[in-house]
Design a binder for this molecule. Structure first.
Ligand code: TXA
Ligand code: MG
Length: 318
């Protein structure tokens, strides 16, 4: 059921049920982070391998010391600057958090989401919430309550309606190796913003053998339709004459009669707007019965970098 009732959400979560929650980035499938029974249900619903850990959502940075320890000063600085907001920190966990949440890793992922409904929810709960993106493992993340409902139907009883997500791409993940900050996942907080505090970040965003984050798998965020990423759409579509083609474009439509469907992410060439629209456009393209989706490469700065990263993963062959 899609609802805006916090009471219904609180009741379900207190009973160890899974509730879909809005955040500024994407919708999450949330459950009591202190209940293994509840956490297990999230893995089952998502069909997510137990090896892939979950992000814990807390109501404020002051809650950090309850779940994490040996926190680097720079982590506090980043939390102070960017929370509530789309930054996830990887920190050494306290034993109050079960190993199931972190998939037996010593580090815990944590963030304070920036959405009034979900902050109100966290405020009223005596426990934090795990919440991976509310999509089956590997597919496109949901940015509206309807996307979540399409994926899970009534197997998620409460979908909390917080409207469309204002950022539209997952949080950026930063961890520390010996106090040295490392970027693990590009997300909706631009790398450049973080680097104003940390200085140049080391990056470790691809690892297929033992991914520290499934967002690091080279194929992820993927539509079912075969997807390509190219610098020159007009030329590239010539390879697909006679096929049902869908386009994902930055600012301009293409003049071409045999293309079935075109999605322009920002007519004003605004990368924030493009990021916000990216997943909804991929969801629409993926439901058009197309033979191929052809995406245009974005300018490689700010959120353009994040968009390119998601499109590269979406266009990797399985
Ligand atoms: O914006 C977001 O972060 C959304 C919203 C709902 O908050 N959540 C989200 O969760 O994107 P998920 O599970 O789809 O992606 C979380 C990423 C995964 O790639 C996971 O492997 C990584 O974070 N992660 C979580 N815990 C980790 C840990 N302890 N160590 C390393 N990576 C971790
Ligand atoms: Mg995800």
């Amino acid at each position: 059921m899609i609802t805006d009732s916090l009471d219904k959400a609180i009741q379900a979560l207190t009973n160890d049920e899974v509730v879909a929650i809005p955040t500024e980035t994407v919708y999450g499938l949330s459950a009591n982070a202190y209940s293994e029974r509840a956490v297990k249900k999230v893995f089952d619903l998502k069909k997510r391998p137990l090896l892939n850990p979950l992000i814990v959502h807390i109501k404020s940075a002051s809650y950090l010391t309850e779940i994490a320890q040996n926190i680097p000063d720079m982590a506090f600085e980043l939390a102070e600057k960017f929370w509530p907001g789309p930054l996830t920190l990887l920190l050494e966990k306290q034993s109050i958090v079960s190993d199931m949440v972190t998939a037996n890793k010593a580090k815990l992922a944590v963030r304070v989401p920036d959405h009034p409904l979900t902050l109100g929810l966290l405020e009223r709960l005596p426990f934090p919430l795990v919440a991976p993106s509310a999509n089956p493992f590997g597919s496109i993340s949901p940015t509206s309550p309807e996307h979540v409902h399409r994926y899970f139907g009534n197997s998620v009883e409460v979908i909390l309606d917080g409207g469309e997500c204002k950022k539209g791409i997952e949080s950026t993940i930063v961890g520390f190796d010996n106090h040295q900050p490392i970027l693990y996942r590009l997300g909706s907080l631009p790398q450049e913003e973080i680097e104003k505090i940390t200085g140049k970040l080391l990056t470790n965003t691809t690892n297929n053998q033992s991914p520290d984050a499934p967002g690091m798998l080279s194929r992820h965020y993927a539509p079912d339709t075969t997807t390509y990423l190219t610098d020159n759409v007009s030329n590239f579509i010539k390879n697909f004459e006679g096929k049902r083609i869908g386009l994902l474009l930055f600012k301009n439509r293409i003049q071409n009669t045999f293309v079935c469907h075109q999605e322009v992410l920002s007519a004003l060439a605004d990368l924030d707007e493009a990021a916000k629209n990216l997943y909804a456009a991929l969801h629409r393209l993926d439901s058009q019965n197309l033979d191929v989706i052809i995406a245009e490469r974005f300018p490689d700065t700010g959120l353009g970098k994040t968009i390119n990263d998601k499109l590269e993963r979406a266009s990797k062959r399985p």
